[in-house]
Design a protein around this ligand. Structure first.
Ligand SMILES: NC(=O)c1ccc[n+]([C@@H]2O[C@H](COP(=O)([O-])OP(=O)(O)OC[C@H]3O[C@@H](n4cnc5c(N)ncnc54)[C@H](OP(=O)(O)O)[C@@H]3O)[C@@H](O)[C@H]2O)c1
Length: 263
């Protein structure tokens, strides 16, 4: 099976921690040269030092400081880096919207999440598309959520925006297929990252129980009977980025230990 990513450049959004970091590490282990994107230079420098790098085979990693809440700045910065090199792999990923019931959500929260998730993805794809076509290789992988298949309680804004991103991605897959560019979604379940700690932590506090007790309760809904590890999500993304996944496009791939009950 061909998983070789030497000679390929990958742009990994939200690469400073959690699932994005795990994607970066897995892509680098297959040979890709990775550019991390987030707001945290210090964390990204650490991730760069953790990633495998075979200099003899031309592998090189770097990072770009961007805040996805400023879409004009994002466009400017991505434009600059794509003027120097083509990217063949894109991992669209950023921080999830705050939790809470949908009825309590303010209009501004929906606007901010739509911009940070969908409009940022769209802007980056528009800027990277030319390089993917020139390279004859394109893999776009969006880290979304299992809420694409079944809305999750207490994540009103997130559930809404995830559906929009999934529909955007499916439409993109239809349009970009002619260039051999694939577009797929990875849907993480409960994954042990800062995001999960924040969500579980605030919910546990409201319920008057400990984080560990709440995590134990959530675990019972997972057939594999445990919380996932970021590298398990990263591995799915790296496979979809590889030559081996050349005939897979327009799909949702849950990495959730079986928690989503729909097919
Ligand atoms: N963990 C889970 O259980 C789970 C389950 C389902 C779906 N997901 C989704 O998967 C995605 C990644 O989750 P995660 O658990 O890895 O989250 P995380 O640990 O909070 O990491 C989020 C990443 O996004 C970056 N980021 C956040 N806001 C940003 C901004 N405004 N501009 C630039 N970068 C930004 C963060 O970088 P900086 O803070 O350094 O800028 C970080 O690298 C999220 O959409 C999340 O909702 C997670």
């Amino acid at each position: 099976m061909n998983l070789d990513l030497f000679g390929k450049n990958a742009l990994v959004c939200g690469g400073s921690k959690g699932i994005g970091k795990a994607c970066a590490i897995q892509l680098a282990s297959l040979g890709a040269s990775v550019t991390l994107v987030s707001r945290s230079p210090d964390l990204m420098s650490e991730v760069v030092s953790e990633m495998e790098m075979n200099i003899e085979k031309g592998q090189d990693h770097d990072w770009l400081k961007v805040d996805f809440q400023d879409i004009d700045d994002l466009r400017k910065r991505i434009k600059t880096i794509v003027s120097n090199k083509n990217y063949q792999i894109l991992i669209n990923n950023t921080g999830g919207p705050a939790g809470g019931p949908i009825l309590n959500a303010e209009v501004e929260e929906f606007k901010a999440a739509f911009s940070q998730h969908l409009l940022c993805n769209h802007t980056i794809v528009q800027l990277l598309k030319k390089g993917m076509i020139e390279s004859g290789y394109g893999r776009i992988i969006n880290i979304i959520s299992t809420s694409v298949k079944a809305p999750l309680d207490n994540l009103g804004v997130s559930n809404t925006i995830r559906g929009a991103v999934a529909s955007w991605a499916k439409t993109m897959a239809n349009e970009l297929g002619v260039y051999g560019i694939t577009v797929n979604n990875v849907l993480p379940g409960f994954t042990d990252t800062q995001r999960l700690k924040d969500l579980f932590g605030s919910r546990a506090e409201k319920m008057g129980i400990s984080y560990e007790e709440l995590a134990e309760q959530f675990k019972t809904s997972v057939p594999l009977d445990r919380i996932g590890r970021p590298e398990e999500v990263g591995a799915a993304a790296a496979f979809l980025a590889s030559p081996a996944a050349s005939y897979i496009t327009g799909i949702n791939m849950p990495v959730d230990g079986g928690r989503t009950r729909s097919l």
